[in-house]
Design a protein around this ligand. Structure first.
Ligand SMILES: *[C@@H]1O[C@H](CO)[C@@H](O)[C@H](O)[C@H]1NC(C)=O
Ligand SMILES: [Cu+2]
Length: 238
């Protein structure tokens, strides 16, 4: 039957990709979105996303939060606490994990992550010297189906978007970006914020031809890898 053929053809694609579908903070699980937008229920802390498919071009608007916009809920987190993102499935073992924050100037409803305000708080690229290996941040996600990051201890409190980004590099010169965003309210007595050189706009944090984006992991002679968008900001006061 036609319908069956269609379903069979789609199944491997769905199985091969992934997205964050919940968050664990301080022992509490906050359900995220489980696809596919638009949907009116249930309310979540996460921006709705349309499907499991990757974003392939760095200038695509979906680079920011996989196409979503402000969510109805938010989760409290103390500076210094961990946020753990959970993926129900993930199958790519080459490419970095990057975790970003964006400080909203006001409430979440009027915050879309627009402007040069995104900064990395965590990332893992490659260890060892072989691009075509499983020594990658995304290989850890493949194994554990989760990723924990500490909110910098002295980060200024406020409303933040947290963006988990997996960049899959298993297809030569064909990067696949998988970003999702959620809303967190950071508490604490810190006052730190990142310096200007750690702040980026998304989309736009790296060019398509960045060597950390467009790379052939099978033929490249490179023995090191630098994730696009530079280093993390660890929370030092400037
Ligand atoms: C918190 O996250 C960090 C990584 O940023 C990890 O090293 C640490 O083990 C985590 N702590 C807990 C209690 O999960
Ligand atoms: Cu995939």
């Amino acid at each position: 039957m036609r319908y069956d053929i269609f379903a069979l053809a789609l199944a491997p694609l769905v199985a091969g990709h992934g997205a964050v579908t919940s968050y664990i903070i301080g022992g509490t699980t906050y359900p995220g979105y489980t696809g596919f937008s638009p949907s009116s229920s249930p309310k979540t802390i996460q921006y709705q996303w349309p499907d499991y498919n990757p974003t392939m071009v760095v200038t695509d608007a979906k680079m920011r939060c996989n196409g979503g916009k402000s969510a109805d809920l938010s989760a409290p987190v103390a500076a210094g606490q961990n946020v753990t993102a959970v993926w129900p499935q993930w199958t790519h073992a080459q490419g970095p994990v990057m975790v970003w924050l964006f400080k909203c100037p006001g409430d979440f409803a009027s915050c879309s992550g627009e402007g040069k305000g995104w900064f990395k708080i965590d990332q893992m690229g490659m260890w060892g010297t072989q691009l075509n290996s499983e020594n990658w941040g995304t290989a850890i996600v493949m194994k554990n189906l989760k990723w924990s990051s500490e909110i910098p201890k002295n980060l200024a409190p406020g409303n933040y978007l947290i963006r988990h980004e997996l960049l899959a590099l298993h297809q030569a010169n064909t990067p696949q970006f998988y970003p999702e965003c959620a809303q967190i309210v950071v508490s604490g007595s810190g006052s730190a914020s990142p310096p200007a050189e750690k702040l980026f706009s998304i989309p736009g944090y790296a060019p398509q031809n960045d060597p950390g984006v467009t790379v052939d992991i099978y033929t490249s002679k490179a023995t090191t890898y630098s994730p696009p968008g530079g280093d993390v900001w660890s929370g030092f006061q400037y």
